[in-house]
Design a protein around this ligand. Structure first.
Ligand SMILES: Cc1cc2nc3c(=O)[nH]c(=O)nc-3n(C[C@H](O)[C@H](O)[C@H](O)COP(=O)(O)OP(=O)(O)OC[C@H]3O[C@@H](n4cnc5c(N)ncnc54)[C@H](O)[C@@H]3O)c2cc1C
Length: 406
């Protein structure tokens, strides 16, 4: 164990492991800590967008991820009264033209193994309980099976996902962040699955949607997520698990699909942070990445891609600081501006679109409009995958086609 590491990373999800991998490329001494023993599960829909696959390809693990996951070629969006859109994943100059559904139990372990090296030390079962800036260093306080341990480093990356307790304790997060509530279960023996994912807007709490993400030809991750309604008189479900059970019992589509199926394990619920627009991303020498910085799409709830992308960006920023030997406050504060430059505009538009589109009436109108204007299908899918300027979806000509059909 070193006395002072270059960087300590707290949290070994996709964000933490990707940061470790990229810091290793520059030869920095890194300690990666996680409270869990790996392999460990993480409640998730397991969907890897083309943006996520792009970073995984850069990390040299795409082929392996495709082997542990299930390749997806298209998307179905089910509106009301049986109306639906079926569309392929659009081609893109940078991103792959498919998705992969890869169970987190396997994905996170694979990424962690890729990250660990001579220079990247990993400690499991270490729960970090405090992080404090101390002049030109940072102290990380933790507990390993009840034993208190302190680690020191020049900089710290916090990649703890939606665990806001630690962020509140260290004083970086001062307000309750905006959250999506979500739950998912695994099922086998399903009928009628294809190489498309499904999004459903009927019989689920709104604004929100349900999903069917196949992990094989006969098994899938099925779940739902919803946002707090803007209307105070709309009582939310008592929990995401309750909402999920309700959806499973009401949906005709699901009952046909699940006729002879059985569940694998329990339905599990977990919140998602979607507040990047106003979220803090740095406190002294402590830098936040991925969901710890609120980087989850406020439109769809997907966050693995942004965890991978922000961690790659954070690593590059840190490496440059080490190369320049500049750890001034000004330099460190530039981290926030760099993240905002990459993600702020996209997140503002995704949040706006959510207000307008994650609403069954408008979604239905949109689905009907695609029959007349097929180009709207491609546009919607690109926006959902965070590949298009979300503003394209709220321009006058699109609104006119949806609302008035002209
Ligand atoms: C039901 C549900 C469905 C979702 N579906 C999708 C999807 O299909 N596609 C998608 O892209 N995203 C999805 N998301 C979002 C996605 O799961 C997260 O955005 C993503 O995991 C964030 O990655 P991360 O590395 O930032 O954090 P995480 O993956 O949450 O990793 C955080 C790590 O930090 C560790 N940790 C936390 N606190 C401490 C501590 N105090 N000390 C030490 N270690 C700590 C945890 O053990 C964990 O390993 C979903 C989320 C939910 C809840």
């Amino acid at each position: 164990m070193k006395t002072v590491y270059d960087v300590i990373i707290v949290g070994a999800g996709p964000g933490g492991s990707a940061a470790a991998y990229y810091l290793n490329q520059a030869g920095l001494d890194v300690l990666l800590l996680d409270k869990s023993e790996f392999p460990r599960d993480k409640t998730c829909g397991d969907g890897l967008t083309p943006r996520a696959l792009h970073v995984l390809s850069d990390m040299g693990v795409l082929e392996h991820v495709e082997q542990i996951g299930f390749n997806i070629k298209g998307i179905e969006i089910h509106g009301r009264k049986g109306n639906r859109i079926i569309a392929p994943i659009p081609t893109h100059e940078t991103y792959p033209d498919h998705l992969v559904i890869a169970p987190r139990l396997k994905l996170d372990h694979l990424l962690l193994e890729k990250a660990i090296s001579k220079k990247i030390e990993f400690q499991s079962s270490v729960r970090v309980t405090g992080i404090e800036n101390k002049n030109d260093k940072v102290v990380v306080r933790s507990s390993l099976k009840g034993v208190k341990i302190e680690y020191w480093s020049r900089l710290v990356i916090v990649a703890v996902g939606a665990n806001i307790n630690l962020l509140q304790k260290i004083g970086v997060l001062k307000v309750q962040p905006e959250m999506i509530l979500a739950a998912r279960g695994y099922y086998e023996g399903l009928e009628g699955l294809s190489d498309r994912i499904e999004a459903h807007f009927e019989d689920v709490p709104l604004p929100g949607y349900g999903w069917v993400f196949p992990i094989s030809k006969t098994s899938a991750n099925i779940g739902l997520g919803y946002w707090k309604s803007r209307f105070p008189w709309k009582k939310p479900p008592s929990s995401a698990r309750t909402a999920m059970k309700d959806w499973l019992s009401k949906s005709g589509h699901l009952s046909r699909m699940m006729k002879n199926s059985s569940s694998i394990g329990q339905i599990k619920g977990y919140p998602l942070r979607v507040d990047f627009q106003s979220a803090p991303t740095q406190l002294g020498r402590i830098l936040l990445v991925g969901e710890a910085a609120g980087l989850v799409s406020p439109l769809t709830g997907e966050g693995i891609d942004f965890a991978l992308e922000s961690s790659k960006l954070a690593a590059a920023y840190i490496v440059e600081m080490f190369e320049k030997g500049d750890f001034s406050n000004e330099e460190i504060r530039g981290y926030d501006s760099m993240l905002r430059k990459h993600f702020q505009k996209l997140f503002i538009f995704l949040a706006r679109i959510r207000q307008i589109y994650v609403n069954p009436t408008l979604m239905n109108k949109y689905i009907l409009a695609t029959k007349r204007y097929p180009e709207l299908k491609d546009l919607l899918i690109r926006v959902l995958l965070s590949q298009a300027e979300a503003s394209e979806l709220v321009n006058f000509s699109v609104i006119r086609k949806i609302v008035f059909g002209i």
